[in-house]
Design a protein around this ligand. Structure first.
Ligand SMILES: *Cc1c(COP(=O)(O)O)cnc(C)c1O
Length: 386
């Protein structure tokens, strides 16, 4: 996909809209990432940990019973099998190694549902770094188990009491901490969002999903690529990492948002959290709360590269509602013996719908990134299904 260059622009989106005090930190990070990415020793260390610690490569699974049911050939890229149960580990291992290389011994992170906080705390424990996670007070209450996990992993969890006391406020607080501690601290951002170089850097750390999947699909499909490549979109990191492996093929790229958090479906352009992108906003430009069955898709914006891919027409984006998501969750469990996280169940829900209404041609091959496992969501699904 695009290299956004020194301005960090993906078309009219992206950029680096930060307080003056953070400009040197962003420039330092950009330079450190460029040098690390080109350094064979860094890449060897990163691939080594992805293999020996995170369990990569994750497999591609052919879903025979689900395919029979839907009339399209479904392949799953199994990020649910990575350590900590989702793709988030790919990004945090990269950023933690980068922090170490920059001589920064403290990681900070924002978290909403707690998944990125847990992943960051995991990488910090692995490399012996200090870790502070910012989390809205409302989320601290809602996600008590993940708060406990982070503390077990040695991280400090700092509840954020400003604004709506959720994810967007946690991002603001993390940025504020970073301004004050930038000499010793790396801000480990959780998705393809924020000021340049984050959207680009996080996509590069996640492109292992798409690069592996492309080779695995070619082996499985006799040298061909899938017809359609589908991933769910919160901030957009698992989708961006997946798309990176296929953007130069003829595969159709589809991102699936939660209906209550559809920043591309219902949002308008704006500048928030250091980037120009699409956001859910009211008439005064205030950011609205995203609402979804799945806490991991609750970000009211979307990464700038997705805004660009949508505007350029290279990828298309759809949204699905909570009821369809629960149906897809149940369908995958019953046909394939896999409990999906609710986030990628959005991608499956779109595939199920499109296979039925002609949105995907019968007999097509569809690769879906299963971004995470469902254990974290089983109690919630039990409540919802009564
Ligand atoms: C966090 C999370 C997401 C959403 O984040 P992206 O940056 O859009 O990938 C999706 N799936 C799972 C399992 C997650 O934990």
């Amino acid at each position: 996909m695009l290299d956004p260059g020194p301005t960090g622009r993906f078309g009219e989106f992206g950029g680096r809209f930060v307080p003056e005090a953070l400009v040197p930190a962003c420039l330092e990070l950009e330079a450190a990432f460029a040098s690390a990415w080109a350094d064979e020793a860094f890449q060897a260390r990163r691939s080594g940990l992805l293999a020996s610690y995170a369990g990569r490569p994750t497999p591609v699974t052919e879903c025979r019973r689900l395919s029979d049911r839907l009339g399209v050939r479904v392949l799953l890229k199994r990020e649910d099998l990575a350590h900590t149960g989702s793709h988030k580990i790919n990004n945090v291992i990269g950023q933690a190694l980068l922090a170490e290389r920059m001589g920064k011994r403290r990681l900070i992170a924002e978290t909403g549902a707690g998944q990125h906080g847990v992943a960051t705390a995991t990488a910090a424990a692995l490399l012996g770094l200090d870790c502070t996670v910012f989390m809205g007070e409302v989320d601290v209450e809602r996600q008590a188990l993940n708060v406990f996990r982070m503390r077990l992993l040695g991280a400090e969890v700092r509840p954020v009491g400003s604004g709506s006391r959720t994810l967007k406020d946690a991002v603001n607080e993390a940025l504020r901490d970073w301004v004050a501690t930038v000499g010793t601290t790396h801000y480990c951002l959780g998705s393809v969002m924020g000021p340049h170089p984050y959207p680009y850097m996080v996509r590069q750390f996640q492109r292992v999903i798409g690069d592996e999947a492309r080779a695995q699909c070619r082996a499985l499909l006799g040298g061909s690529d899938p017809d359609v490549v589908v991933a769910c979109v919160g901030g957009g990191s698992n989708a961006a990492g997946t798309f990176a492996g296929f953007v130069d093929t003829s595969a159709r790229l589809v991102g699936v948002e939660a209906a209550g958090g559809a920043a591309l479906g219902n949002g308008v352009p704006g500048v928030v959290h250091g980037m120009r992108s699409m956001f859910l906003q009211d008439e005064e430009g205030q950011i609205l709360e995203a609402q979804s069955i799945s806490a991991g898709l609750d970000y009211p914006g979307i990464g700038p590269e997705h805004a660009f891919l949508a505007a350029s027409g290279r990828a298309s984006y759809f949204s699905v509602g909570d009821a369809e998501v629960l149906d897809a969750f149940k369908l995958l469990a019953a046909t394939e013996g896999i409990l999906s996280a609710l986030e990628p169940a959005h991608a499956l829900a779109w595939v199920a719908r499109a296979a039925q209404d002609g949105g995907i041609e019968a007999g097509s091959t569809v690769l879906v990134t299963l971004s995470g496992r469902g254990d974290k969501d089983v109690a919630q699904v039990m409540d919802l299904l009564g």
